[in-house]
Structures are given as structure tokens and as C-alpha cells.
Design a protein around this ligand. Structure first.
Ligand SMILES: NC(=O)c1ccc[n+]([C@@H]2O[C@H](COP(=O)([O-])OP(=O)(O)OC[C@H]3O[C@@H](n4cnc5c(N)ncnc54)[C@H](OP(=O)(O)O)[C@@H]3O)[C@@H](O)[C@H]2O)c1
Length: 237
């Protein structure tokens, strides 16, 4: 067992669920956090004694400091913290709907900061623990289809870099397309499975820095990030 204790925020489906499953399968005690209680209960049933379900909405930002203290006290420590919660509602190409944008800002930015601040503060002062943030390749450029989702992930990448520069061990993960509930409406082909993504994420969890899940993405986004804006605009990608 690499980690004795872990918190996964956004644990009820997709990559978060698989992260909990793989951590618990290796013997890690995991606090699994999300809104959908029945999904968390399935994880408890699969790994009794190892998974603790915590029903919480990350947009309840003010509840987070006390909840973090309660969880770490009950776990008797914290080796690994993963912020995986994310919102990406379907946004039409010329749509500007504040309710959808606010949901992304509340979950992908404010919820992320409120939770990661707690973990970073603890890890910095105890000089122990690994922080993982699930960003996205989508945060590498401002694309016409998803302005706020892209910008929220870019914010998260920059915030996590700053935590790294304060001395916390932070792994920023930038997945490409992964087959989950979030991407189901997009009908994309050739996506990575959530199981495979979780395995790669855990292999990079203790590696300070930014990580893509595939070498091909690392190379592609090295180039995409450097395409001048007027050309990128014409590409419509
Ligand atoms: N799938 C992809 O292609 C892809 C690519 C790059 C990055 N990502 C990122 O990867 C992460 C995981 O996404 P996924 O693809 O695995 O999608 P998913 O299956 O939809 O999982 C999203 C998770 O976020 C949680 N969540 C959403 N809103 C929440 C809230 N208000 N409070 C607490 N938890 C909340 C959900 O739990 P509840 O609904 O139960 O609360 C769920 O556990 C996200 O940050 C996403 O942006 C995904």
C-alpha cells in the first residue's frame, strides 16, 4: 500500500470513482466525497471498512474547513488528497448562459480552491502529503466551444503551479477525452477508459509537476499551446 489514507473529492462517478476503487483495492482508507449518496454507498459495499462516504456539495464552500478537519481527524492522518470534482454542462457554440457558467466557476474554481487550500496548508505545515488536481487539456487554450470550462481549468492549473511554488508537492493532471458521464453526450470515439485514466493518475500522484495521460497529448499540446492566436482562431478546434 502506497498511501494509508486519502481523500477523493468527486468520487461518485467516472475517474473519481475509479480512483477510489483502485486506492481501496490497494488497502488505502479513502474518504469518498460527492453529492450522490447512493453512488458512494456502492463503493462502501464494495470496500467495507476502507471507504467512508461523505455527502457534500463542493459549492457549499463555507462548510469545507470544518469538514476537512473532521475527515483528517477520523482518518488519523492524510497522505493523498485528490480534487477531481468538475462540471462541464453542454454549452452551445454561441450560448452565454450565466447559470451554467456559475456552476462551472463554483465547482471547478471556488470549490477547488476551498478544498485544495485546506490540503495545501496541512501538507506544507506537516511536510507530508501529496496533492493531486484534475485539470484538463481543455485548459491549455481558450477554445470557442467552452469559454468558461476552458478558463476554469486554466485557472486551476495556474493556482496549482503556485501551490507547488509555495513548496507543496502538487501533481496537476491534464486528461484528454475520457469515457465518463461528463463526455457521454459528446459521442466521441476512441476515448480512454476511466479505469485506465485512474491508473495513470495514481502512477503520477506523487510526482511534482504537470502531467498529460498520454505522450501523444504531451507532444500535441506542446505545439497547440504555441500556435499564434490568429491561426488558432481559424483552426476552430
Ligand atoms: N471526461 C473527460 O474527458 C475529462 C477530460 C479532462 C478533464 N476531466 C475532468 O476530470 C474530472 C472528473 O470528470 P469525469 O469525466 O470523471 O466526470 P463525471 O463522471 O461527471 O464525474 C464528475 C464528478 O464530480 C462530482 N461533482 C460535480 N459537481 C459537484 C458538486 N457540486 N459537489 C461535489 N461533487 C461534484 C460528481 O459527483 P456528484 O454529481 O455525485 O456530486 C462526480 O463525482 C473533472 O474535473 C473533469 O473536468 C474530464
Amino acid at each position: 500500500m502506497k498511501y494509508q489514507t486519502a481523500i477523493v473529492v468527486g468520487a461518485s462517478s467516472g475517474m473519481g470513482r475509479e480512483l477510489v476503487r483502485q486506492l481501496a483495492a490497494s488497502g488505502t482508507k479513502v474518504a469518498a466525497i460527492a453529492r450522490r449518496e447512493e453512488r458512494l454507498q456502492e463503493l462502501v459495499n464494495e470496500f467495507p471498512g476502507l471507504v467512508t462516504p461523505i455527502v457534500h456539495d463542493v459549492t457549499d464552500h463555507d462548510a469545507i474547513p470544518e469538514l476537512f478537519q473532521t475527515i483528517t481527524r477520523d482518518l488519523r492522518g492524510l497522505d493523498l488528497f485528490i480534487y477531481n470534482s468538475g462540471a462541464m454542462p453542454i454549452v452551445e457554440v454561441k450560448e452565454f448562459t450565466w447559470e451554467k457558467d456559475k456552476q462551472m466557476l463554483d465547482v471547478n474554481i471556488s470549490g477547488a480552491v476551498a478544498w485544495c487550500n485546506q490540503a495545501a496548508d496541512r501538507f506544507l505545515h506537516t511536510n507530508h502529503g501529496y496533492l493531486v488536481g484534475i485539470g484538463s487539456v481543455a485548459g491549455d487554450r481558450g477554445r470557442h466551444k467552452q469559454p468558461v470550462y476552458n478558463a476554469s481549468k486554466a485557472f486551476f492549473h495556474t493556482y496549482l503551479e503556485a501551490l507547488r511554488n509555495r513548496g507543496v508537492c502538487v501533481s496537476t493532471i491534464k486528461p484528454g477525452p475520457v469515457d465518463t458521464e461528463m463526455t457521454a453526450p459528446l459521442n466521441m470515439k476512441g476515448m480512454m477508459s476511466a479505469e485506465q485514466a485512474a491508473t495513470i493518475i495514481l502512477s503520477k500522484a506523487d510526482k511534482n509537476g504537470e502531467h498529460y495521460l498520454k505522450l501523444a497529448h504531451r507532444i500535441a499540446f506542446y505545439i497547440i499551446k504555441r500556435v499564434p492566436s490568429p491561426i488558432f482562431r481559424k483552426l476552430k478546434i
